[in-house]
Design a protein around this ligand. Structure first.
Ligand SMILES: [Zn+2]
Length: 265
C-alpha cells in the first residue's frame, strides 16, 4: 500500500517535471527559429530565478496606474515628468512600497518629440544639466531613472556622462531601456559607478495579445537562462490583461517577480 503511494507520488512528480521540460523545449525551439544567437543548451531551472517588470510612460492616466498597481505589489513604475498625474502616481506607488523611477524624456533618432521635460542635442551642456535637475524634482520618491525614447542621446557618450552624473549626484540607479542597439548608457553608468541594469524584453512592441504572451514566455526563458531578466511594458489594455493573466502563475515557473531596484548592480 505504502509502496503504491510512493510510486504514485513519484509518477506525479515525474509527469510534472516532463511537462516543464516540454514547455522549455517549445520555448527553446521558438527561440532558435527566431534568433540565430539562441543557445542550444537547455537552461537549468533554478528556484529563485527572478524577473522585474517595469511599466513605462505613466503620468497621464491615474486609472491605468491603479489597475496596474493592483496586479502585483512588485511591479515597478516609470513616470514621465510634468504630466497631470505624475505627482499623484509617485505618491501612491511609494505608499504601497513600489519602485518609482523618473522616465526621463530624451531625444530619439526619429523626429518624435519625447514630451515635457525632454533633453536634446541642441541644448547646451548647462541646459541639459538644468533640465535633468528639474525633471528629477518633478515628483517625489524617485529611486531610479530610465530613458523615455532616447535612441539618439543614449548613443552619445558625452551627453550620457552629463545626464548620468546628475543621477549619481542624487544617489539613484539607472535602467537602460535600450531603445537602440547602439545605446552605451548602461556601459557609461557602470563606468561612472552608478548601480544600473538594462532591459532584455519589450513586452508590447506589438499590441497583439499573442505577441505579448510570446514576449512574456521569452522573459521566463531568459530569466532561467541568465538568473534574472528585465521587461518593459506600457499601460495599454492588452499589456495589462496579459500581465493579469501571467503574474499569478509565475510560481509555477519557479520565478519570483521582484522590484527593479533588486536587479540593479
Ligand atoms: Zn517611454
Amino acid at each position: 500500500m505504502l509502496a503504491g503511494i510512493v510510486i504514485g507520488l513519484a509518477s506525479i512528480a515525474a509527469d510534472h517535471f516532463l511537462k516543464r521540460i516540454h514547455r522549455l523545449e517549445l520555448l527553446q525551439r521558438e527561440n532558435s527559429v527566431k534568433r540565430e544567437s539562441a543557445p542550444l543548451l537547455k537552461p537549468e531551472i533554478r528556484p529563485g530565478d527572478r524577473i522585474a517588470v517595469l511599466i513605462d510612460d505613466l503620468g497621464t492616466n491615474f486609472k491605468e496606474f491603479e489597475r496596474l498597481r493592483r496586479i502585483d505589489s512588485h511591479l515597478s513604475f516609470a513616470i514621465l515628468p510634468f504630466q497631470p498625474y505624475s505627482v499623484k502616481i509617485a505618491k501612491k506607488a511609494h505608499y504601497y512600497h513600489q519602485d518609482v523611477l523618473l522616465h526621463l524624456p530624451m531625444e530619439p533618432e526619429n523626429h518624435h518629440h519625447p514630451g515635457k521635460g525632454a533633453i536634446d542635442h541642441l541644448m547646451t551642456k548647462e541646459e541639459i544639466v538644468r533640465q535633468v535637475r528639474l525633471d528629477l524634482r518633478a515628483f517625489p520618491y524617485v529611486q531610479g531613472v530610465n530613458n523615455h525614447m532616447g535612441s539618439r542621446m543614449t548613443a552619445d557618450r558625452e551627453e550620457m556622462v552629463l545626464v548620468l552624473k546628475e543621477v549619481r549626484a542624487k544617489d539613484l540607479f539607472f535602467v537602460d531601456s535600450r531603445t537602440t542597439s547602439e545605446s552605451i548608457a548602461y556601459e557609461v553608468a557602470h563606468d561612472i559607478g552608478i548601480k544600473s541594469a538594462e532591459r532584455q524584453v519589450f513586452l508590447d512592441d506589438s499590441d497583439r495579445p499573442e505577441d505579448i504572451r510570446k514576449e512574456l514566455r521569452r522573459l521566463v526563458y531568459l530569466s532561467h537562462q541568465r538568473g534574472s531578466a528585465i521587461a518593459i511594458g506600457h499601460p495599454r489594455p492588452n499589456t495589462m490583461k496579459a500581465l493579469e493573466e501571467f503574474i499569478p502563475h509565475l510560481h509555477e515557473e519557479e520565478i519570483e517577480l521582484v522590484p527593479i531596484s533588486a536587479l540593479v548592480k
